[in-house]
Design a binder for this molecule. Structure first.
Ligand code: ZN
Ligand code: ZN
Length: 195
């Protein structure tokens, strides 16, 4: 279980009627408007994070509950629920900051010889705070954390042909989709909600 650098747990779940699946954007909040119930938005507004770097769209902060020394979070400044809710520009900046954090961690921290990048999207994936964030976790030999295959769960049911073809179509379609070039939060799949 990954703990997150929040000072309070989110209390209000996402209203299900405002979620639109199948589009690149299913954010329930207006762009650049903080969510009053969000611990990360609150920490950002009140300067409660120990900020390592600040971009135009994201922050690099120290996790308040680090798994190892130097555990970093990269967080979009705008309230985006999860990866799917982030704009292309936010994803790009967060990814570049994560790479910079990875390089810095391994140069600066003697014990850290490796990292894990981890992003939890949705409660079933143990997303602890309902504001997108990418963990950059310093790793050292024998630190006791590991990703393991559990052979007791195999064999898993294979993807159907339809599922696999749909994945190919949707993921592979990214580079042919003009929307991905635009820095627009909700170009497609916009919810009918007025929020
Ligand atoms: Zn987390
Ligand atoms: Zn937030």
């Amino acid at each position: 279980m990954i703990v997150c650098g929040a000072s309070k747990a989110p209390t209000v779940p996402v209203p299900p009627e405002t979620i639109v699946f199948g589009g690149p954007c299913r954010n329930v909040s207006s762009p650049n408007v903080a969510d009053d119930e969000c611990a990360f938005c609150q920490n950002i507004a009140e300067n409660q994070f120990d900020v390592i770097a600040r971009g135009s769209r994201s922050l690099v902060v120290l996790d308040k509950h680090p798994i190892n020394r130097g555990h970093i979070l990269v967080i979009p400044i705008r309230h985006a629920l999860d990866l799917a809710s982030m704009t292309t520009a936010e994803v790009a900046e967060v990814a570049l900051f994560a790479q910079a954090a990875d390089r810095a961690i391994r140069r600066v921290l003697d014990a850290a010889v490796a990292t894990n990048l981890l992003m939890s999207n949705g409660p079933a994936a143990d997303q602890g705070v309902s504001h997108a964030h990418l963990h950059v976790i310093p790793r050292e030999p024998g630190d006791g954390y590991e990703f393991r295959e559990d052979y007791a769960r195999y064999p898993l049911e294979a993807l159907t042909e339809f599922e696999r073809e749909s994945l190919v179509e949707e993921v592979g379609g990214l580079l042919h989709n003009a929307d991905v070039e635009a820095d627009r939060p909700c170009a497609r799949g916009r919810s009918a909600s007025t929020s």
